[in-house]
Ligand binder design. Structure first.
Ligand SMILES: Nc1ncnc2c1ncn2[C@@H]1O[C@H](COP(=O)(O)OP(=O)(O)OP(=O)(O)O)[C@@H](O)[C@H]1O
Ligand SMILES: [Mg+2]
Length: 369
């Protein structure tokens, strides 16, 4: 059905002045900072963020509450502007546009999906899906808009509720309507802020698979999510921490890897969170994986002959450990704990063989696949 939709709408975007999207880089954030005014002075929700997203990528943004995910999304959609830096989306420097200019631009270039749907309660579901076409003056007439809207509702399995109001369907169903609406003008980019945050896991999975199919059809998706299982399945995961993108830890761990292979490495890792002071590896345990510190720090403790444990190393983001690092001073096996001095400690677990291939062999990119 997606083929059918795309086939039908391919020329409409061009008629509406959408720039060609053949260029590899579709979203280019250059040294973005965003300060909010607060009574206590400016608060920086984003700090010198640099991020490039290629056409056709499926990017998941993760990070704890307040890390700046929505702020980042608002930069890409032009809903808000950076305090400094440049935002170039589909070739357009949107940070230079006025609010009046950015709204029609957004209407044809970006499909928006929010956690709480944001459907207009006074309109029927099909009218909600038609709305972006009405605003953008896309498609010939009301009949064609309605027929397209019904196709989109069919695509997300909600067509039978087309003529109901949003209040008459469930939250999960409302989100399906919102996703159909995001596709109304066949935009190249779908930006979704916690799209599955309010859905049960089965519905979330179905919605995620729909996004995957859209990526297969050439869409670029930028999705904020708390769901690490979903985040692991996308082409790229961007981790935000206090307004900064964390990727230094992988670069530090694998200094010889180029960006493409670092991105692949990121996809192969499994994030694991620990509470301050929590034991990560017990003395004598044989870790099955290698671990890269991505947030906070870990402490390596060794037992002295008198039975006392002493701290021999503190590993910070970008540093890694496995059994071999823990064999210090002969046969001693260390204990590794999450550093109690940090609120949140996160490690990236990586399969040992993959890790060693990446450490040792930088000549053959296929080795990390
Ligand atoms: N309008 C505002 N004025 C002042 N501070 C703000 C404003 N909007 C957001 N912030 C602050 O900026 C930081 C980032 O907020 P943002 O909404 O981007 O976080 P988030 O990662 O989307 O969080 P969540 O997962 O809870 O949605 C937070 O500390 C937040 O309190
Ligand atoms: Mg948010």
């Amino acid at each position: 059905m997606l083929e059918k939709l795309r086939g039908k709408t391919k020329d409409n975007g061009r008629e509406n002045g959408r720039p060609p999207t053949d260029d590899a880089i579709l979203i280019d954030l250059k040294d973005i900072s965003k300060a909010y005014d607060t009574p206590a002075g400016p608060f920086f929700a984003l700090k010198n963020v640099n991020l490039q997203v290629d056409n056709g990528e499926f990017v998941a943004v993760i990070g704890k509450s307040g890390s700046g995910k929505t702020t980042l999304v608002n930069m890409i959609t032009g809903i808000d502007r950076p305090t400094s830096g440049a935002v170039i989306v589909a070739g357009t420097p949107i940070h230079e546009m006025s609010e009046g200019q950015v709204a029609p631009w957004r209407g044809v270039n970006i499909g928006l999906v929010f956690q709480f749907f944001q459907l207009l309660p006074s309109l029927t579901n099909v009218e909600n899906v038609m709305l972006p076409m009405d605003f953008g003056n896309t498609f010939k007439n009301n009949k064609e808009r309605q027929s397209r809207a019904l196709h989109l509702l069919d695509l997300v399995d909600i067509k039978e509720h087309a003529f109901k109001k949003p209040s008459e369907i469930s939250g999960g169903q409302q989100q399906r309507v919102a996703i159909a609406r995001s596709l109304a003008n066949d935009p190249p980019i779908i930006v979704a802020d916690e799209p599955t945050g309010n859905l049960d896991s089965v519905t979330a999975q179905a919605i995620f698979e729909l996004f995957e199919r859209l990526v297969d059809q050439g869409k670029t998706i930028f999705m904020v999510t708390h769901d690490k299982d979903l985040a692991r399945r996308v082409t790229r995961t961007v981790i935000l921490s206090d307004g900064e993108i964390i990727d230094e830890y992988l670069e530090t761990a694998f200094p010889k890897l180029d960006d493409g292979r670092l991105a692949k490495a990121r996809g192969l890792t499994e994030p694991q969170s620990f509470t301050p002071g929590e034991t990560i590896l017990k003395e004598g345990e044989q870790p099955q994986k290698c671990y890269i510190v991505s947030e906070g720090a870990v402490e390596v403790l060794l037992r002295e002959p008198n039975g006392q444990q002493i701290s021999v190393a503190r590993l910070k983001p970008g540093q890694y450990f496995e059994k071999i690092d823990l064999l210090r001073g002969g046969a001693k096996i260390a204990t590794v704990i999450a550093d109690p001095g940090y609120d949140e400690i996160e490690l990236l677990a990586l399969d040992k063989d993959t890790f060693h291939k990446m450490m040792g062999d930088t000549a053959a990119p296929q080795d990390v696949e």
